[in-house]
Design a protein around this ligand. Structure first.
Ligand SMILES: *[C@@H]1O[C@H](CO)[C@@H](O)[C@H](O)[C@H]1NC(C)=O
Length: 469
């Protein structure tokens, strides 16, 4: 459906973080397919070591919806220490990419009217200004975004470390943030990474609009606060989700799905910690015990990135675990599994997840309640929203980053989500409601569809104002 002039051309700049690439590509696809916008998609290569395009990019290229341009890696060795935290590394890569981006944009025809960046790419907003483009920042969820926008005020209000506060952090109009749940760059205010976050907070305020991969019903409270309270900069906030990687034909060939076909409805707990999530040896052992004690069917994914050199992850499983659980579960050691196809399979009834936002969205849209196992980034804040506000997830009493979660607690959480008692049923009913509201938001005429349409219109209108300059 054409809601805007086919000549409207916009630019999405994606940082090299794989979850962000997936989500940014979906944003591009929606703009093209639903709103008839022409999209150039810049993806920045992470380092000289990463050669060749990822499968994600290759498959997007094959779809031919977006004009995909990979920008070469930049050298940041003189800017940041090796092994700097992710937030520092990625924002620095993006900042140093500005000269390349500037010349790439100046070569684009027709002239692009808007630029979209993710949380790591706010330095590029400066380039957008030079070309009189509209500037949008697209992030996962509303509460971490509110925190980023508010951080320079919080920095003046709060004394001492955030993580040492006795009371929750107060963001006007939003749910209180437990000091333990703050995003990684706020864990230590003496570190450079915290300075970087303050700067990103200022840059976000220079944008023309903020976008989240949520829909209105998912976090009404924060969205309302950001729209009404002046302290958040009075920027328009658009909920444009759920944006997620759809199940592809090739996913359906996986043998894992054949195994799921043989299991009863909603009987399997799927356990995965994302592409980069790592667990200690001791934690893997406790997790395996928890699964076994719960007596539920399971699919446990242990990725090889979790492997210390020369160590077989299966060695961390308790003695005899594989034999004893032979009829109950599957242990998968693979770098990649067709997660959206697994979650949307009718046999899956629960998801123990590292709580990266793409995984959470896939789970909601499949109507699968969760166990939150947040490890980094903004994932602990997401866990708080899903567990305490929306009540479609449970999470361990102690943060998995602070200590080992014991087998009894894991068993108890799995039973809570999987077994057919009141609490589990209620959680299941609530997440099915969320699934429905997400599907409505996403469909033609829904709130997220309309929000994106509004953005597309602004991009179209900006062409005229650029021509006047
Ligand atoms: C922050 O880092 C400093 C310097 O590395 C260290 O002395 C301090 O204990 C850290 N504070 C917290 C709360 O981790």
């Amino acid at each position: 459906m054409a809601t805007s002039n086919p000549q409207t051309h916009v630019v999405i700049v994606s940082s090299p973080q794989v979850g962000h690439i997936v989500c940014n590509l979906e944003l591009g696809n929606r703009l093209v397919v639903d709103h008839n916008v022409h999209v150039t998609f810049f993806v920045v290569a992470e380092s000289k070591a990463s050669t060749g395009e990822s499968e994600t990019i290759q498959s997007a290229r094959a779809q031919k919806l977006l004009n995909i341009i990979e920008l070469p890696p930049v050298d940041i060795s003189s800017k940041v220490e090796p092994n700097s935290p992710i937030f520092t590394t990625l924002t620095t890569i993006m900042r140093e990419t500005n000269p390349l981006l500037r010349s790439a944009i100046s070569a684009l025809k027709p002239r692009p009217t808007a630029l979209f960046v993710d949380i790591f790419g706010t330095a590029a907003l400066e380039v957008a200004e030079e070309f009189h483009m509209l500037k949008y920042v697209f992030v996962t969820t509303a509460l971490p975004l509110a925190l980023a926008v508010y951080i320079n005020i919080l920095d003046k209000e709060v004394e001492g470390e955030y993580v040492d506060q006795k009371e929750p952090l107060r963001l006007p109009g939003c749910m209180p943030v437990r000091p333990d749940d703050v995003v990684d760059p706020l864990m230590n205010r003496t570190k450079h990474e915290y300075r970087v976050f303050l700067q990103v907070g200022l840059e976000i305020r220079r944008s023309d609009g903020l976008m989240v991969n949520m829909w209105e019903d998912l976090d009404t409270k924060t969205l309302k606060a950001m729209r009404e309270e002046e302290c958040y900069g009075s920027l328009p906030v658009y909920a444009v989700g759920p944006l997620f990687r759809p199940v592809e034909q090739s996913d359906l060939k996986s043998g894992l799905l054949d195994w799921l076909d043989e299991q009863p409805v909603e009987s399997v707990i799927y356990v995965s910690f994302g592409v980069t999530g790592k667990l200690s040896a001791q934690q893997i052992t406790e997790l395996a015990w928890g699964l076994e004690l719960s007596q539920q069917r399971f699919m446990l994914v242990l990725r090889s990135n979790n492997k210390d050199k020369g160590i077989n992850l299966l060695d961390y499983l308790p003695d005899g675990f594989l034999e004893r659980t032979h009829n109950l579960g599957q242990v998968v050691t693979a770098d990649w599994v067709p997660q959206s196809a697994i979650l949307s399979h009718g046999s899956v009834g629960g998801f123990l997840s590292h709580f990266g936002w793409n995984s959470v969205v896939e789970s909601i849209i499949s109507g699968v309640p969760m166990i939150a196992w947040p490890l980094y980034a903004e994932h602990k804040m997401n866990a708080a929203l899903l567990a305490e506000e929306l009540r479609v997830a449970v999470r361990p009493k102690i943060a998995p980053t602070k200590g080992v979660v014991g087998r009894e607690e894991i068993e108890m959480m799995i039973r809570k989500v999987m077994e057919d008692h009141e609490e589990g049923k209620a959680m299941r009913a609530r997440i099915k409601e969320l699934k429905n509201s997400g599907e409505k938001a996403w469909a033609k005429g829904g709130s997220s569809f309309n929000a994106l349409s509004q953005i597309a219109k602004q991009c179209e209108m900006n062409l005229q104002s650029q021509e006047g300059k």
